[in-house]
Design a protein around this ligand. Sequence first.
Ligand code: CO
Length: 300
Amino acid sequence: MHTRNEKNSHQPLSTRSLLQQFSGVATADGDGVKLTRIIGSPQLNMLDPFLLLDCFESDAAQDYIGGFPTHPHRGFETVTYLLNGRMRHKDSAGHEGVIESGGVQWMTAARGILHSEMPEQEEGLMKGFQLWVNLPARAKMNDPAYQEYPPQSTPLEHRSDGTEIRVIAGQTNQGTLGPVVNEYTFPTYMDISLPANTEFQQTLPAQHNAFIYVIGGGVSALGEDTSVTGHRHIISGKELGVLSKGEQVAVISGDRGGRFLLIAGRPLNEPVARGGPFVMNTREEVMQAFTDFNNGLFLP
Ligand code: CO
């Protein structure tokens, strides 16, 4: 007679397949910063618990120099991860710092902060991402909190096949642990670079929502059923692939290799009411956020 554990250990992990692909819409935010909105767009409004994903990428200063002057947030977390460039952030609680290439700022806005994010450069390439991660109702009015890690604190795992993984949150199959601690949505956030024609596997909690955003090259999800089409879809540069539920992600890169973000989190399954920089559970709570902001309650 087998115990349940013995039985499970002999079954292959269920592998996530590609459900949908999105390429985002060009827009501008802050003081005229050009960006591509990939989550939070008409095509992909949200992927619980992820409310928004913006990618900014330009080597023309006029596309980013205006930055994101002082603005409020309430009810969720903002995650800024830079691939190139330097960005200075400041907020109403007295926190200030510079995010650099390979560094991350994971800000739990919760009941509210006012902050700014401004380029710390006047020329050269600025490239990075902002992700909004929702908070559960019980945590939306908590005190704000910060987790900020310079590049030397976001570990880079090197594998024998040439794969490199920068780990912001979660743990790789080889044990590298990201620095971000989050007991609201237990996120995974990894920046993965695969050489050409290389396979990669990562175990994830089976019920977490997960997506891949390809930065360069291309990857295909190995969980895809190819019996009808006879081929696997390639998620190419600047495309987001939503993955099905399952116990692992398995992908293979194409002839040009592939660099991608793998992001996953536990869905909250709560009502979402959005109002610009505020994301609450009800319309009334969003209106209260505007009232509190207008009454100066976001200042320390
Ligand atoms: Co902000």
